[in-house]
Design a protein around this ligand. Structure first.
Ligand SMILES: [Zn+2]
Length: 457
């Protein structure tokens, strides 16, 4: 059974909250299923008005929350606009001229059609292309914004602590969030009734004044498996994968082959993946869950030679912790994959620095450094700058040795998984990427400055 749910915020929703979910994605726009599931779990036991009152709460809770329910991510909508999942297989011209297409193109469709994907240079102008990077918020008209900054004061014993003002991004109140829940057949009716009753829930538990939402859900029709033997599979949420021996892996191809259960495995023609570190918050124990490697939302595979039962198995998701919303997938026919790619040239879209651009000048580096430092929480400043110093040193050495842009890029990408860089926002990462694209001499100056600021660690 499938339920569609809507969350209507009564207060602002901020899901990147430190200690609740270490959301390592650059933007905090799509609320992970694990956060929604946590909110439901809290309401089940402790909602003043809508706690579960059916038979045998403990047993019903376990049948629902432990094995019976997958809560998928909550995707924001504002007016006519909805967050867009851009596959890593999507490409578009970076600097479109008159003859260039201004739409995204899914190269996974080319791979299924046995065509050579146009993913390096624009077929019209031969200029650089850019790739989809997972969830993105489309531009809104009239300068409206999806996110607002909330400035909060850290409280200590009820008193505001000076110098501990910090700002957080949160979704604006007008946003609504939409997602779905998959239920197994053995979930008791009383639990389904509870899920489909309107109630208030608190995203992020009761620790926060942010995140109070109206919960509404209704039974939806399960989507029928596409009648085809080749599909584009795209991750809607990070997937935590295990290999055949139960060890962690980032091998999407192997995970798909095993998941289908086919005697003759399907042909995984190509995968587009990006690793990410995920963790969560164990609401009952009040402890963080261990961090795990995952493949990020937007990771994609082009698959041929599927049986209908293989497709059916893939549609229920990939990897472990699916009951928390990890490993949600879209399984699309080639036609569907080709049709869902929207306009790419939205105004004012913040695009990350591309390594095809000219090297960063000293002035641009200084400007980015100033922005970067201002954006850091005071208590994080020194550890982050120490991490940045380590990164700058390795990039400087490699750049001086004539490393290519893509080699530099992979050094920077590796660092996103280090503790200093995991919590950086998309804008902060863009600052770092711009800085690391400076020539070796400018990087040497940065090393000198960072050494002075951090005390030379
Ligand atoms: Zn072009």
């Amino acid at each position: 059974m499938r339920l569609n749910y809507t969350l209507t915020p009564r207060t602002r929703v901020s899901a990147g909250r430190r200690g609740i979910v270490q959301n390592t994605r650059p933007v905090y726009d799509v609320i992970p299923g694990t956060v929604v599931r946590g909110a439901l779990g809290t309401a089940w036991w402790s909602s003043p008005t809508h706690a579960y009152t059916g038979p045998d709460p403990r047993a019903a809770f376990e049948r629902l929350f432990v094995g019976g329910m997958c809560v998928w991510a909550a995707v924001p909508t504002l007016g006519q606009h909805t967050a867009e999942l851009r596959g890593l297989s999507w490409t578009t011209c970076k600097y479109p001229g008159d003859s260039c297409s201004r739409h995204w193109h899914d190269t996974a469709v080319d791979v299924l059609g046995r065509l050579t994907p146009q993913d390096r240079r624009c077929p019209a102008c031969d200029g650089p292309m850019r790739q989809g990077r997972g969830w993105a918020l489309p531009d809104l008209e009239d300068g409206r914004q999806w996110m607002a900054s909330v400035t909060r004061t850290m409280l200590e014993g009820g008193e505001a602590k000076d110098e501990n003002l910090f700002t957080r991004q949160s979704l604006v109140k007008e946003v609504t969030l939409h997602g779905s829940i998959s239920l197994t057949d053995n979930v008791p009716d009383s639990a389904v009734d509870w899920l489909t009753t309107d109630k208030d829930v608190s995203l992020g538990g009761q620790r926060s004044t942010l995140g109070r939402c109206r919960w509404q859900s209704e039974v939806a029709t399960d989507s029928a498996p596409p009648e085809t033997n080749e599909v584009v599979l795209r991750l809607r949420s990070p997937a935590i994968l295990l290999d055949g021996y139960g060890a962690p892996t980032l091998d999407l191809k192997g995970a798909i082959e095993r998941r289908t259960g086919q005697v003759r495995p399907p042909t995984v023609a190509r995968v587009w993946t990006r690793p990410v570190v995920v963790s969560g918050w164990h609401g009952v124990a009040g402890l963080p869950k261990p961090e795990e490697w995952a493949l990020d939302a937007g990771s994609t595979a082009a698959i041929r030679d599927l049986t209908s039962s293989g497709i059916h198995a893939l549609m229920s998701g990939l990897g472990i912790r699916r009951n928390e919303g990890y490993g949600e997938v879209d399984v699309l026919t080639a036609e569907q994959a080709a049709a869902v790619t929207g306009e790419s040239n939205s105004r004012g879209e913040q695009e990350p620095r591309n390594y095809d651009d000219p090297p960063t000048s000293r002035e641009v580096l200084d400007d980015n450094m100033a922005k970067f430092i201002r954006s850091l929480l005071p208590e994080r400043r020194i550890p982050v700058l120490r991490g940045l110093l380590t990164l700058t040193r390795s990039v400087q050495v490699r750049a001086e040795g004539g490393a290519s842009r893509s080699e530099i890029e992979s050094i920077v990408t590796d660092h996103w998984t280090y503790s200093w860089a995991r919590d950086l926002s998309g804008a902060q990462r863009d600052n770092v990427i711009v800085m690391m694209a400076a020539p070796p001499a400018v990087l040497s100056e940065l090393i000198t400055k960072l050494t002075r600021v951090t005390g030379g660690a």
